[in-house]
Design a protein around this ligand. Structure first.
Ligand code: C2E
Ligand code: MG
Ligand code: MG
Ligand code: MG
Length: 287
C-alpha cells in the first residue's frame, strides 16, 4: 500500500487484524455520534464503611448502549475515547451529569453522599480541567465536597505540565482525589507523598485472591499499612465474598466496594437505598 501521507503504510494485514481495525473504526464513529448526542448514562455503585456498612459515597460508572453495537463495556470504549481525544467532551459530560444528579437528589430530599468520578490522564492534562469541574459544581449549586475524583497511577506520573496544577487546584477546593486501581501501575511512593491524594483504591486483582492467596494477603496488608501511615483512606474494590469482606475488615481497611454490597445501579435505585447496607455471611453472589 503506497503511503499517501495520510495513512501509514501497512504491508501485511491479517484477516484478524483487519477485522479488529474495522471494529475499532466502527466503535470510534458510533462513539463520536453518541458523544455529540449525549447518549450515555451513569450508574452509581455504593462505597461503604467497614465499620458500620454505611454508604459513604458512590462511584459514577459510564454506561453506553449503542443501537448497532449493543451494550458496550467502558473498559472497551474508554480506551478508544482516550486515543481519539473524545474522552475530553465525554468526561465533561460525566462531570456535568454527576452535578445534575446530585442537584436532583438534593431537590428530592435525598440524603446525598459524594459522587466519585473517574478521570483519565488526558483529561488532567487539559489546562482547563479544574476550572471545568469547579464551574460545573457552581452552576449546579453543589458544594465541592460532594465530588470525588478517581485518577490512575498513570496520571500521577504523566509529566503533562497541567496535571499537578489541576490536582492542586481541585484539592485546594476540597475535592478528594483517590488513586484508582492502586498497585497495578507505576506510581512510586514519592508521588503519593507529593500529590494531594486523599486515598487509595486497592485494585480488584489483589482482592480476588483474598483470603487464601498468600501473595495477595501480603500485598493487600502492605497497601493498607502504607496508606495508614501516610494518612490516606483505603477502599478495596471488587469485594464479592464474605470472606474477602471479613479479611479486609480485620486488616484495617476503611472502605469497600463490590458486588457483595451492591452492584452499580441507575440513579432512581440509589434514592431508594437505605443509609446502611445489609451484609451477612452466605450472601456471596446473590446480588
Ligand atoms: P474502575 O474505575 O476500577 O471501576 C470499577 C469497575 O469494577 C466497574 O466496572 C464496576 O462495575 C466493577 N465492579 C465493581 N464491583 C465489582 C465486583 O464485585 N466484581 C467485579 N467483577 N467487578 C466489580 P465498569 O463499570 O465496567 O467500568 C470499568 C472501568 O471503566 C472503570 O474501572 C473505569 O476505569 C472505566 N470507567 C467507567 N466509567 C468511567 C467514566 O465515567 N470515565 C472514565 N474516564 N472511565 C470510566
Ligand atoms: Mg474507578
Ligand atoms: Mg478508573
Ligand atoms: Mg478501579
Amino acid at each position: 500500500v503506497p503511503s499517501d501521507g495520510l495513512h501509514r503504510p501497512v504491508r501485511f494485514v491479517s484477516q484478524a487484524d483487519s477485522a479488529d481495525i474495522s471494529r475499532r473504526i466502527a466503535v470510534e464513529s458510533r462513539l463520536r455520534r453518541a458523544t455529540e448526542r449525549q447518549e450515555f448514562r451513569l450508574y452509581y455503585q455504593p462505597i461503604t464503611s467497614l465499620s458500620d456498612n454505611g454508604i459513604v459515597s458512590y462511584e459514577a460508572l459510564l454506561r453506553w448502549h449503542d443501537e448497532e453495537l449493543g451494550e458496550m463495556s467502558p473498559a472497551s470504549f474508554i480506551a478508544v475515547a482516550e486515543q481519539t481525544g473524545l474522552i475530553v467532551p465525554m468526561g465533561r459530560w460525566v462531570v456535568e451529569e454527576s452535578c445534575r444528579q446530585l442537584a436532583a437528589w438534593r431537590r428530592a430530599g435525598v440524603d446525598v453522599r459524594p459522587v466519585s468520578v473517574n478521570v483519565e490522564a488526558v483529561q488532567l492534562q487539559d489546562p482547563r480541567f479544574a476550572a471545568m469541574v469547579l464551574d460545573s459544581l457552581t452552576a449546579a449549586g453543589i458544594p465541592p465536597e460532594l465530588m470525588h475524583l478517581e485518577v490512575t497511577e498513570l496520571s500521577l506520573v504523566s509529566h503533562g505540565d497541567h496535571v499537578a496544577e489541576n490536582m492542586r487546584t481541585l484539592s485546594d477546593a476540597r475535592i478528594s482525589i483517590y488513586v484508582d486501581d492502586f498497585g497495578t501501575g507505576y506510581a512510586s511512593l514519592d508521588y503519593l507523598r507529593r500529590m494531594p491524594i486523599a486515598g487509595l483504591k486497592i485494585d480488584r486483582s489483589f482482592v480476588d485472591g483474598l483470603p487464601d492467596d498468600s501473595q495477595d494477603v501480603t500485598l493487600t496488608r502492605s497497601m493498607i499499612g502504607m496508606a495508614r501511615s501516610l494518612g490516606l483512606q483505603t477502599v478495596a474494590e471488587g469485594v464479592e465474598t464474605w470472606s474477602q469482606y471479613q479479611f479486609l475488615r480485620e486488616s484495617g481497611c476503611a472502605l469497600v466496594q463490590g458486588y457483595l454490597l451492591a452492584r452499580p445501579m441507575p440513579a432512581d435505585a440509589v434514592s431508594r437505598l437505605p443509609a446502611t447496607l445489609h451484609v451477612s455471611p452466605g450472601m456471596d453472589g446473590l446480588r
